[in-house]
Design a protein around this ligand. Structure first.
Ligand code: ATP
Length: 311
């Protein structure tokens, strides 16, 4: 459904993409992971026909971004990493504006917008002003906007960035719904565990080159091992200690009353972890922040790329 052939992009003398060859099958959820500046947004902008390649080509549903951009645009819904919003509009008016710009007849728009708001869990915010929405809600509104013309392919640039654990769980649930709707989804992040929860397959991009692609099942087996989570508290630790001690996958819990924090090992999946932290945040435990020791992406990159890159 998506294919790039020796895709290359230079900005002046700087080469941001080097002969990128990528193939993504219909109905697949493909995660594109790479550090800041690796070339993810550049690739996505080319696929969205917003940026011309310097050489090579990219195809969506067999249509070239170079020669058939209008056909490509009909097939894709694109969610950029930075999006402008129309703050003076209500949620429903915002989507109505985009639906009208896609030529959807006025009589069909209300039902369609209702369905989209339902899909992204924003039905209750239909009459809210866009600028009153939380970051996670704005991201979901932007996702609804990218779905207006019922595209077969979704290109989502860092849709979960900056979201708190609860909002990430919600975003992941929506991705599942979209997958069940048979969308082909290309999604980027610089956080490998986050992508591993949503995708069937992962491609690693580094300095404009695709280093590896791997099924998520294989990646999970490489990433097994506990993570260490630290919870900072506003007040006494007793309630938080009791809460976390009773939860599955939690072990080696330590409390540091002086620092006002609780630290423990967590052996569950990323989804289990997000559910745990969302439940903790929803309780009255006096939680100030969560932090997690970084999963060493470098290690996973290295093991993924052992034996050379992908052509
Ligand atoms: N308009 C531009 N002019 C010059 N260089 C650019 C331009 N856009 C991107 N670059 C460079 O191209 C490289 C790839 O950028 P890109 O935005 O595609 O990376 P990314 O993987 O999406 O990073 P991030 O996670 O930070 O969004 C970077 O080194 C960036 O500085």
């Amino acid at each position: 459904m998506i294919k790039t052939r020796n895709l290359t992009k230079s900005y002046g003398a700087f080469q941001a993409l080097h002969d990128l060859n990528l193939e993504i099958g219909e109905g697949s959820v493909f995660g594109f992971v790479g550090a800041n500046g690796a070339g993810k947004s550049t690739t996505f902008s080319i696929l969205a026909t917003l940026l011309p390649p310097t050489s090579g080509d990219a195809f969506v549903g067999g249509h070239s971004v170079r020669t058939s951009p209008a056909e490509v645009r009909r097939l894709i819904g694109y969610m950029p990493d930075f999006f402008g919003v129309y703050d003076q509009l209500k949620t429903e008016e915002y989507l109505d504006f985009y639906a009208a710009s896609y030529g959807i007849p006025a009589g069909e728009r209300k039902v369609l917008i209702g369905q989209l708001l339902d899909l992204v869990n924003l039905s209750e915010k239909q009459d809210a002003y866009v600028d009153s929405l939380s970051r996670g809600m704005k991201q979901r509104l932007c996702l609804a906007r990218s779905l207006i013309h019922d595209p077969k392919v979704l290109i989502l640039d860092e849709p979960a960035s900056g979201l708190d654990p609860r909002a990430r769980v919600e975003m992941r649930e929506i991705m599942k719904r979209l997958k069940h709707m048979d969308k082909t989804i290309l999604i980027s992040s610089h956080i490998l565990p986050e992508l591993a929860e949503m995708c069937d397959e992962i491609g690693v991009i580094d300095r404009g080159r695709l280093l590896a692609r791997q099924s998520v099942r294989e990646i999970h087996s490489m990433m097994k091992g506990d993570r260490v989570i630290t919870v900072k508290l506003n007040g006494p630790a007793a309630a938080a200690v009791k809460f976390f001690e009773e939860r599955p996958f939690v072990s080696s819990l330590r409390r540091d009353d002086e620092a006002g924090e609780v630290t423990f090992s967590f052996g569950g999946s990323q989804a289990d972890q997000e559910e745990l932290l969302a439940a903790a945040a929803a309780g009255s435990l006096g939680i100030r922040s969560f932090s997690e020791e970084e999963t060493d992406l470098e290690d996973v990159f290295l093991s993924l790329t052992k034996g050379g890159g992908v052509s």
